[in-house]
Design a protein around this ligand. Structure first.
Ligand code: FES
Ligand code: FES
Length: 160
C-alpha cells in the first residue's frame, strides 16, 4: 500500500508497504530512524514510543498503515544537533539521560505530556512515564529532568 504522512515536520511518501508491517519496522528498517528502539516487541516496555496525532503510541503495536494521513513525531525530531530541545538539555543537566534503550521513549512520553500540560505535578509526570520501563536506575532523575524542562519551556524554551 501507499502511505503519505508527516514525519517530524516533513512529508513522507512510501509505496509498496506491506499491510502487516509495524510502524516500528517502518521507522527503523525502511526509513533508517534507529532512535526508536525495539525492546520487548509486544507493548510492554515503551522503548518504541513515538507520538502519533499528538498521542504516544507503542510503535511495535501499531501498523504502519495507521500512520497514513497522520502526523508522526520521533526522537529524531527533537533538536537539530546544534540546538537541543529543552527536554534534551534537561535530561543531560539533571542526569535523566539513561541507557540508549529507554531514553528515546521517555523523551517522547515527556514531550507529549508537556504539550498537553506545561506545568505537570510529579504524579502526572510519573503517570506519563508509567509505560516506559527501566529496570536499572530508577526514575528520580528522569522526573527531575522533566520538571526542569517544563520550567524552561514555560520560561520561553521551544517545545517544538
Ligand atoms: Fe514496543 Fe516494547 S518494543 S513496547
Ligand atoms: Fe535504560 Fe534502565 S532501561 S537505564
Amino acid at each position: 500500500m501507499e502511505l503519505i504522512f508527516n514525519l517530524n515536520g516533513k512529508e513522507v511518501r512510501l509505496a509498496q508497504v506491506p499491510g502487516e508491517e509495524s510502524l516500528l519496522n517502518l521507522l527503523r528498517q525502511r526509513l533508517g530512524l534507529k532512535g526508536t528502539k525495539e525492546g520487548c516487541g509486544h507493548g510492554e516496555c515503551g522503548t518504541c514510543t513515538v507520538i502519533m496525532g499528538g498521542k504516544t503510541v507503542n510503535s511495535c503495536l501499531v501498523l504502519a498503515a495507521e500512520a497514513d494521513g497522520r502526523e508522526l513525531f520521533t526522537v529524531e525530531g527533537l533538536g537539530d544537533g546544534d540546538h537541543l530541545h529543552p527536554l534534551q538539555k534537561a535530561f543531560i543537566e539533571k542526569h535523566g539521560m539513561q541507557c540508549g534503550f529507554c531514553t528515546s521513549g521517555m523523551l517522547m512520553s515527556s514531550k507529549a505530556l508537556l504539550e498537553k500540560n506545561p506545568d505537570p505535578t510529579r504524579e502526572e509526570i510519573k503517570e506519563s512515564l508509567a509505560g516506559n520501563l527501566c529496570r536499572c536506575t530508577g526514575y528520580a532523575m528522569v522526573i527531575e529532568s522533566v520538571e526542569a524542562a517544563a520550567k524552561a519551556i514555560r520560561q520561553g524554551g521551544n517545545n517544538e
